[in-house]
Design a binder for this molecule. Structure first.
Ligand code: PLP
Length: 375
């Protein structure tokens, strides 16, 4: 059987990793500033993570959601504390898209309404509702097209008000920072207005923190910079350092009913053990603080590079607007300097390293990047 050919691949196969580096079979080392697409949060093969996951799989890897699972309770308690959302409740699933599907469903059940307002250039995943709320017609199949999703320009509160005034919307769905679009931050004032306006119209505010959350920006969630408290928050990617896991954080005013949401794999023992290990490492190693410090340093240094047209982002979620092709530049960084980075659109290079990235590694990247831009 062949693989269904949907990905453009680099001709490099990392077979093991350590910290912020990955290695090919012959031992060639690559600095990983992409984190496997913002997924590696505590570095590759972190000893505490490896131990926790190995011990759990040897004990009990999986049982269904029909029995008690104290690992879920422990994870929920730790996540509540780490994020500052102790009064919210937690629904566990398996991916970012699934988290958004459940968030939308919840808002729709809650209000009895069907429409979702998303934003231009948004990316929320590839499943039915999530892809409908994604502003990229190329990945929306005819089956997924729906009048239940409308888009407004980012940072335009009047456009949002005009839509919500129709009374048809159950939710406004917004990324903490638009990632796939190329790292675009909603203004803090816009998020504050959004919080007020959604309350005024009785619409749920859903913050998609799948890429921008989990400590990456130097606060636990990116929206916390704006001091707002959304009704629903979705999370995935870095939550279990590569073990598939998604989460929906739900404000206290939502009423849970048996059977309203569900999943076979969500919140399984292995996922919870991985998620708990990640939060323990966050705490022991002050990783959210590290993300803030190294992120600020990288952004400051990148802003000094005259060849860059713009540097956007917060913490360790950084977009650099370059002259010319981002994919060509990234390929050179990979082949000539052995550094993995991410892309977004034709001219943006994205950095999404693990929260463990060090000043030394940041400097290694900056030196290589400057040298390459000066060639
Ligand atoms: C903001 C955002 N939402 C949702 C998703 C979808 O997550 P997943 O690929 O885990 O379904 C992504 C993935 O890149 C994302 O960046």
């Amino acid at each position: 059987m062949k693989l269904f050919d949907v990905y453009s691949l680099y001709d490099i196969e990392p077979v093991y990793g350590k910290g912020n580096y990955v290695y090919t079979e012959d031992g060639t080392e690559y600095l990983d500033l992409y984190g496997g697409h913002a997924v590696i949060s505590v570095g590759h093969a972190h000893p505490h993570y490896v131990k926790a996951v190995s011990e759990q799989v040897a004990k009990l890897g999986f049982y269904s959601n029909s029995v008690e699972n104290s690992l879920q309770e422990k994870f929920a308690e730790m996540l509540g504390k780490a994020s500052g959302y102790e009064d919210y409740s937690l629904f566990l699933c398996n991916s970012g898209a699934e988290a958004n599907e459940n968030a939308i469903k919840l808002a729709s059940f809650h209000s009895g309404k069907a429409k979702v307002l998303a934003f231009e250039k948004a990316f929320h995943g590839r499943t039915s509702g999530a892809v409908a709320a994604t502003d990229n017609p190329k990945i929306v199949a005819p089956f997924n097209r729906t009048e239940n999703v409308e888009f407004a320009p980012l940072n335009d509160i009047e456009a949002v008000k005009a839509k919500l005034a129709t009374g048809e919307f159950c939710a406004v769905l917004i990324e903490g920072i638009q990632g796939v679009a190329g790292i675009y931050c909603p203004d803090d004032t816009f998020l504050q207005q959004l919080s007020e306006v959604t309350k005024e119209y009785g619409v749920s505010l859903i913050l998609d923190e799948i890429q921008s959350g989990y400590g990456r920006t130097g606060d636990f969630f990116a929206h916390q910079h704006a001091g707002i408290r959304p009704d629903i928050i979705t999370s995935a990617k870095g939550i279990a350092n590569g073990f598939p896991m998604g989460a929906v954080l739900v404000a206290p005013h939502f009423e849970a009913k048996k059977g309203m949401l569900g999943t076979t794999f969500g919140g399984n023992h292995l996922a919870c053990a991985a998620g708990i290990a990640v939060l323990e490492i966050f705490e022991h190693e002050n990783l959210v603080e590290n993300a803030r410090e190294i992120g600020a340093y990288l952004i400051e240094e990148l802003q000094k590079i005259p060849q860059l047209k713009e540097v956007r982002g917060r913490g360790l979620m950084i977009g650099m607007e370059i002259e010319g092709s981002a994919s060509e530049l990234r390929l050179k960084l990979l082949k000539e300097y052995h550094i993995f980075t991410g892309g977004a659109g034709a001219t943006t290079v994205r950095l999404l390293p693990a929260l463990t990235v060090t000043r030394k590694e940041a400097d290694k990247f900056l030196a290589a990047f400057k040298e390459l831009l000066n060639k």
